[in-house]
Design a binder for this molecule. Sequence first.
Ligand code: DCC
Length: 228
Amino acid sequence: MTAGGFDALVPVTDPDALREQEQAGAALADAVRELLDATVRTRLDPAQLHAAIPAVREVTESLLADAADGPRGLEPSSDGRMRVHGNPMVGALNPFAPPLRIDWDGERAATRFTVGAAYEGPPGCLHGGIAAAVLDQVLGVIPSSIGLPAMTATLDLRYRRPTPLGELSATAWLVERDGWKLRLEGELTDAEGEVTVSATGLFVVPRVAREHLGTPTGDAGEFAPPAG
Ligand SMILES: CCCCCCCCCCCC(=O)SCCNC(=O)CCNC(=O)[C@H](O)C(C)(C)COP(=O)(O)OP(=O)(O)OC[C@H]1O[C@@H](n2cnc3c(N)ncnc32)[C@H](O)[C@@H]1OP(=O)(O)O
């Protein structure tokens, strides 16, 4: 199951039209992601750079002909789940998002993704804040995947070694549930399988969501810590 949305299904009047809209928006985001990468990597001379600007501005203007005034917020998707399409880690419509596609198998949330020049911190390596955002997101899909939409209260990171740009993976699991509080752990791993960053997070179901969800059962049940 792909995680990252909110598990409760909502009625969608015309899922085919919505899917077509999502696919077109995601294709545009892919193209702009390539533009973002090219913008960082280009070595064209100043005159050539200035010459590129009008074409980019023209596209921007055309997109703003029909656009939201601000962020998109939570919207129904064609799969019947609510999603934040502008999310900078998983949002299909956000060119800054790698984007992460996070799978939840009932025990672990996991994603494989590629990061390039736009995410560079130390030379050739992933920016530490992006590593934090990836882990926040991968840990953060677990609460909603088990029906307890929660927000990050604390996120502790241990940067063990530099994370090279390129193919990476991240995984997270639930360690403990205490009422409305979830203790989660996760890891970011490089292409060689080395753990570069490990994370521990406390996620709390906010008061407003608690009022809708009723009484917590207070134990992790089947969501026990994975072996190893
Ligand atoms: C609609 C869902 C969307 C869900 C959306 C999911 C999207 C996932 C995306 C990735 C995750 C993010 O980036 S989320 C964005 C980054 N995070 C945030 O912006 C969160 C900002 N902080 C908050 O909104 C709030 O402080 C909360 C929700 C964390 C907690 O506030 P609250 O709901 O009023 O809860 P409160 O009654 O005070 O506390 C409940 C229990 O949690 C404990 N507790 C609370 N905060 C902490 C803390 N920092 N450290 C230790 N413990 C804490 C309390 O001691 C208490 O324990 P006891 O007395 O019961 O034992």
